[in-house]
Every structure is written in C-alpha cells, then in structure tokens.
Design a protein around this ligand. Sequence first.
Ligand code: FES
Length: 83
Amino acid sequence: MNNKTEVVICLGSSCFARGNKATLKVIDKYLKDNSLLDKVFFHGGHCFGKCAEGPVVRIDDEIYTGVTEISIIEILNSKFKKE
Ligand code: FES
C-alpha cells in the first residue's frame, strides 16, 4: 500500500472512442503541470461495465461518469486543490 491517489481512466473501446482518448492527455498534462506525478498513480483500466454512462474515470473509490475534457479539470481541481 502507498499513499498515492489512484486515478484510473477507462480505456475500454466505448469510453476511449467517446472522449477518454483526449481526457487521457488532459489528465497527464494536469499532473505534470501541477507537480502531482509523485503523488498520483495514474493508469488505464479496462471497461468498468458502465459504458452507457461513460466516458468513465475513477479516482480512488469514486467513479465519475460522463467525463469530458472540460469537466475532468474541475474534478481534478476538486480533488487536488483543496486549499
Ligand atoms: S468502455 Fe468504459 S465503462 Fe465500458
């Protein structure tokens, strides 16, 4: 176990085609720009079984559905910019 926040982006074909391809780049850039690479374990996952609600991203135990390139920034800000 470690104390990193886990960020998993669904790379199943439905989510990938519907926006996660771009969202992946946005998250990657966000983590770099905010020096979060050592605090976050960011990786891709298989289909979460929620394709109809996708694109899906999971942060620790929380699942976000209908994620877009824009909304992911708000989600990341709410997680990592606490103060
Ligand atoms: S492809 Fe992402 S939930 Fe199925």
